[in-house]
Design a protein around this ligand. Structure first.
Ligand code: SAH
Length: 346
């Protein structure tokens, strides 16, 4: 049920302080409530024990505390955990906990559905319903951190924005969420442990550079040939590779941080020598590394992962040009938790 009352978690600390002053209370009350909401993660006014009963009633009358609810949880044989996350208005997104020997990574969503139209991605078929709020993004991370402690006896170590949605099409909220995640009042995580993955929105990549963000950037490239990229990612007609390249040069100039290119190799699409050479050329523009990712089939077989020997040709060509390359194997495939499989099937 949606409410007329305002979501108190949509207020910044400054706004909370202003609110308390406006009702003739003291500004520091805002700090106290902020701490309950964010550092302590409370979801009820009643439990805010250092706030007077009267004030709590006043808050109750004016605000709600919206928050997510992990609706169902699926565990994969490989330890991957997928959460179906219910939002306050009943919509659902998914987020994933991916454990490896050395780290536990949260893969979080930034939109309900997606603004873009990548043909190989299950989420793209859902269309974009709405952007997630900063607190809805933050809450996914908190939920996965708890699960990490519960199931793997260690806190979350990394975050990737590779769930549902295009984070750069929800720029403001994603950055606000990252601010909370990295602030001492939030989770105090280092931005170096966060990677934002984008399909490649040049204007917003430049904005990230201007905003001097401290996290890592990954770009889902999949082809360095304009024509091919347009076929598999139709939005690329409006976001041309030459503009993408220019924005990445700008990013590097301002941040000095190299970019990761995510790249799937499909038979009949980008399995040619020409495709490999184009990628090598593209990689020479800006310091980068390439992550060759395993394709997770989503349905009818229009897209098929290329055979290993083609992947090997990519690796050989990249290594010959001293471009670091890794191969990422899928995790959580048995529960549809792998990249590109998030589509609220349940
Ligand atoms: N919109 C952002 C983040 C979400 S997708 C982006 O495009 O980067 C996260 C990653 O999963 C991207 O690299 C995307 O290209 C990849 N992906 C999408 N569908 C996939 C599939 N079926 N198999 C493997 N990876 C997929």
């Amino acid at each position: 049920m949606t409410s007329e009352k305002k979501d108190i978690r949509a207020l910044s600390k400054e706004e909370l302080r202003d609110f308390f002053m406006s009702i003739g209370d003291q500004a520091f009350r805002g700090n106290q409530v902020y701490e309950w909401l964010w550092t302590k993660g409370l979801h009820s006014f009643d439990a805010m024990t250092n706030i007077s009963k009267e004030t709590r009633a006043h808050l109750e009358a004016n605000f709600v505390i919206n928050h997510i609810k992990v609706d169902s949880l699926q565990k994969s044989k490989d330890g991957t955990v997928k959460n179906a996350v219910k939002l306050h208005d009943g919509l659902v997104v998914e987020s994933v906990l991916i454990p490896t020997k050395k780290r536990t990574t949260a893969c979080v969503s930034s939109q309900v559905g997606c603004s873009l139209d990548c043909k190989f991605c299950a989420t793209a078929r859902l269309k974009r319903m709405r952007n997630l709020n900063p607190d809805e993004i933050y809450d996914q991370v908190v939920a996965i951190d708890k699960e990490s402690r519960l199931y793997h006896d260690r806190p979350l170590s990394n975050i990737v924005f590779m769930g549902m949605g295009e984070p750069l099409m929800n720029y403001k909220n994603v950055l606000e969420a990252i601010d909370k995640i990295t602030s001492e009042e939030g989770l105090g995580m280092s931005p170096k442990r966060i990677t934002l993955s984008t399909s490649g929105v040049p204007k917003m990549i430049k904005k990230l550079a201007d905003d001097k963000v401290k996290f890592h950037l990954a770009v889902s490239l999949h082809s360095a040939i304009q024509e091919t990229r347009e076929q598999i990612m139709p939005f690329a007609k409006s976001f041309h590779l030459t503009d993408l390249r220019e924005s990445l040069e700008y990013w590097y100039e301002k941040t000095n941080r190299r970019i990761t290119y995510e790249y799937i190799v499909w038979g009949g699409i980008n399995d040619t020598t020409e495709a490999i050479e184009a990628l090598v050329r593209f990689c020479n523009y800006v310091p980068c590394k390439v992550n060759l990712i395993e394709y997770n089939p989503i349905d009818d077989g229009e897209f098929q992962q290329a055979p290993d020997r083609v992947i090997q040709s990519y690796i050989t060509a990249l290594e010959k040009n001293r471009i670091p390359v890794t191969v990422r194997r899928s995790r959580g495939k048995d529960i549809d938790a792998a990249c590109g499989q998030l589509a609220n099937k349940q």
